[in-house]
Design a binder for this molecule. Structure first.
Ligand code: ATP
Length: 270
């Protein structure tokens, strides 16, 4: 889901319970929750708290959800921006927005700053020379690097960024003291898909013709977002057919629809 340009340091009620599967990423990111809850435990021993981590994985796998859950678990404000929002900005605007965001974040520390689609601003510099918009992207990236270097590692601001293309990122972003930790967020395996279905079926009035195991097996290659979509679509299909509950047939039609959509979009890309 697209982050708004700035979610202004809102509290979030998302927790790890809402994030199904992702066992490894949750374990890896747990340490950041601990830093935010109790920074002194680390700094007293002379440890430096990392500035951030990069969440890497395909679209819809729960990177935004996971970042929000870190803020929710630690009970700290969540700020966010999306890299793609900066691409079309007028000269100077991107950099000043980044400056603003970090100023606000520092005031509310400890907190999380989440940068979705960081590749849109963080692509390697000078690789894609297409007019002025590109200069502005570089200005924005430079400002981001400046901000990351500018606050001490114990400031309590932790930056999480998401991308599905870590390979195209400017190496400067990945240097020690910046995004030097990467967390891989992969497509869900069978048992993870069962869990994701269960999360999204919580509020669906399904009947006992529905078999979650079977649906999980039929949805290999689906992301968490696709599965969320299936559940919602199934409810809409059932309602359209004047059913009182969401039955197996509604889910099967929903799965078919999403598969068609996925095939269609991969044809467009390739
Ligand atoms: P993008 O790269 O497209 O921004 P993303 O990896 O940030 O995607 P999210 O925005 O976190 O993905 O996921 C979109 C929605 O899909 C979530 O709000 C949630 O409803 C559902 N979803 C994705 N992954 C999971 C998961 N592991 N557990 C439960 N729900 C999930």
């Amino acid at each position: 889901s697209k982050a708004k340009v700035f979610e202004k340091g809102e509290a979030t009620n998302v927790t790890f319970k809402d994030v199904a599967g992702l066992t490894e990423p949750k374990t890896e990111i747990q340490e950041i929750v601990e830093f935010l809850r109790n920074p002194q435990r680390y700094t007293d021993l002379g440890g430096k708290i990392p500035k951030g981590a990069l969440l890497v994985g395909p679209p819809g796998t729960g990177k935004t959800l996971l970042a929000k859950a870190v803020a929710g678990e630690a009970n700290v404000p969540f700020f966010s921006m999306s890299g793609s929002d900066f691409v079309e900005m007028f000269v100077g605007v991107g950099a000043s927005r980044v400056r603003d965001l970090f100023r606000q974040a520092k005031e509310k520390a400890p907190c999380i700053v989440f940068i979705d689609e960081i590749d849109a601003v963080g692509r390697a510099r000078g690789k894609n020379p297409n007019m002025g918009a590109n200069d502005e992207r570089e200005n924005t990236l430079n400002q981001l690097l400046t901000e990351m270097d500018g606050f001490g590692s114990n400031s309590g601001v932790i930056i999480l960024a998401a991308t599905n293309r870590a390979d195209i990122l400017d190496k400067a972003l990945l240097r020690a003291g910046r995004f030097d930790r990467q967390i891989t967020v992969d497509l869900p395996e069978l048992k993870d898909r069962v869990e994701i279905f269960n999360v999204h079926l919580r509020n669906i009035k399904k009947d006992d013709t529905v078999d979650v195991e079977v649906m999980a097996r039929q949805t290999a290659g689906f992301s968490g977002a696709d599965i969320a979509n299936v559940c919602n679509e199934a409810a809409l299909i059932a309602a359209r057919n004047n059913k009182k509950t969401v039955d197996r047939d509604s889910f099967m039609s929903a799965i078919d629809r999403i598969i068609c959509g996925l095939e269609h979009s991969s044809k467009i890309i390739s």
